[in-house]
Design a protein around this ligand. Structure first.
Ligand SMILES: Cc1cc2nc3c(=O)[nH]c(=O)nc-3n(C[C@H](O)[C@H](O)[C@H](O)COP(=O)(O)OP(=O)(O)OC[C@H]3O[C@@H](n4cnc5c(N)ncnc54)[C@H](O)[C@@H]3O)c2cc1C
Length: 418
């Protein structure tokens, strides 16, 4: 066995990863009175208000907005930039549109509005970096929470219910009574703590393209299902009078390789011909990124002295933009059980405390993963009866108000407030 370095510092809780979820958890646990350290490989650069939007963005739902406010991060997010959307439309792009004679309205189109649920908006589209920066800004002001930047975790020496020791690639070591893995989809903590993983790659990957467009700032986000996968439009905040959006193209990996090889001008031409007519006039591509899609679920989220949150515990198909929203619900649940444990004088690494957290989250996360798979599989084939059924479903959803409200409450997370 390699000799263990003497720990540089002791904390009650060590969080591996200061991304959106890890940073949020640090605040929630700091608010509960814990002494916390967040070990993050690389803190994002300071906000530049003149920069065009970054390619990684998330639809942040109403439930997450409420949580971000409770963690004090909403105002610092707004003072960078956020963009609300008030309508959301979904339809299937058919070779021959399903329309009444003389009408331009697609019958198989469902459109949701903030008015359907009586809120000011349905959610916001926000750059991941904006959320992460705002959360870390709150962390900086908390006396009992410390961010350790440039900290690449290399080794875990697990000591059961007593937590363990994390060693960094530069040799520094930190001890915590509870070790939390918030280190993303390829979590080292999950691997080193032997929590197990089920991983199923999807046949579609996502190409995300940040564009400047020539219309006014948009308030609707939309998604059209096509034979090769969904095409989505997410409006973004305007910067210095210029308007931006994020386009998402889901397709087979080979097709995305071809698209990535195109010049910006060629890709713009392809986007104009492949995306639905609703696309505002495109001016230029500012950034693009390709993301392989894999459904992952840790076999266990917890064991004595260790817990996982966010993408370290689960990744889902992003077609309904729910991944980090689930991560924030993990944070709220774990902070609740640990806050109770502190009041009762229990150790944070107590396995019964941690399994109460897993009990609250595993089924909820699985339900959302299964729903996303339902959408993915039912829309990614050309079987005639299924095609008829899904288009009928979209048409009924548009016309049946209670069904619409139910879908919206789930998507916006309003059901968490019930
Ligand atoms: C194309 C696409 C679109 C998406 N759209 C949405 C959306 O609209 N809405 C939504 O809710 N979700 C969306 N998601 C999902 C969302 O991006 C993720 O759920 C979210 O980023 C997970 O956050 P996290 O903090 O758990 O993990 P990460 O963002 O991966 O953060 C992990 C952090 O840990 C750090 N780290 C990793 N390893 C180490 C180490 N060894 N040592 C130290 N630090 C380490 C990293 O530097 C990083 O800061 C989308 C995902 C994709 C791929």
């Amino acid at each position: 066995m390699t000799p263990q370095p003497a720990p540089s510092a002791d904390y009650e809780i060590l969080i591996a990863g200061g991304g959106m979820v890890g940073a949020a958890l640090a605040i929630a646990l700091g608010q509960a009175g814990y002494a916390v350290a967040v070990l993050e490989k690389q803190r994002p650069a300071a906000f530049d208000p003149a920069s065009p939007p970054d390619v990684r963005v998330s639809a942040i739902n109403l439930a997450s907005e409420g949580l971000l406010k409770s963690w004090g991060a909403w105002s610092p997010m707004v003072s960078q930039r956020v963009h609300p959307y008030t309508r959301l439309a979904v339809w299937e792009k058919l070779d021959r549109p399903l329309r009444l004679p003389g009408s331009t309205q697609d019958l198989n189109r469902t459109e949701f509005s903030h008015q359907d649920v009586g809120t000011l908006w349905l959610g916001h589209i926000i750059e991941n970096l904006v959320v992460q920066r705002a959360l870390l800004q709150v962390v900086d002001d908390m006396p009992n929470v410390r961010l350790i930047d440039g900290a690449e975790i290399d080794r875990l020496d697990h000591e059961g219910e007593n937590g363990g020791c994390l060693t960094l690639s530069d040799g520094r070591a930190f001890r915590g009574q509870l070790i939390i893995g918030a280190d993303g989809a390829l979590s080292k903590i999950r691997e080193m703590a032997e929590l197990g993983l089920r991983a199923d790659p999807y046949h579609q990957h996502a190409l995300v393209i940040a564009v400047e467009h020539g219309d006014q700032a948009q308030s609707m986000t939309w998604q059209a299902f096509t034979r090769h996968g969904p095409l989505a439009f997410l409006p973004l905040a305007s910067v210095e009078g210029k308007h931006y959006a994020s386009l998402v193209w889901y397709d087979a990996p080979d097709r995305l390789t071809e698209l990535m090889a195109l010049s910006d001008e060629q890709l713009l031409t392809t986007l104009r011909s492949e995306f639905p007519d609703h696309l505002p006039p495109l001016i230029r591509i500012t950034q693009r990124g390709r993301f392989p899609l894999v459904k992952r679920h840790a076999r266990s989220y917890t064991k004595a002295g260790v817990a996982l949150v966010g993408d370290a515990a689960h990744t889902i198909n992003p077609l309904a933009g729910q991944g980090v929203n689930l991560g924030f619900q993990d944070v709220a649940a774990l902070a609740r059980v640990l806050s109770d444990a502190k009041r009762k004088g229990l150790k944070p690494g107590n396995p019964a405390v941690l399994s109460a957290y897993e009990g609250q989250r595993r089924l909820q996360n699985l339900a959302m993963m299964t729903l996303m798979d339902g959408f993915y599989y039912s829309f990614s084939n050309d079987i005639k009866p299924l095609k008829l059924l899904r288009n009928l479903g979209l048409s009924v959803a548009q016309r049946f108000a209670p069904a619409k409200r139910m879908v919206l409450e789930y998507a916006t997370g309003l059901n968490h407030f019930a």
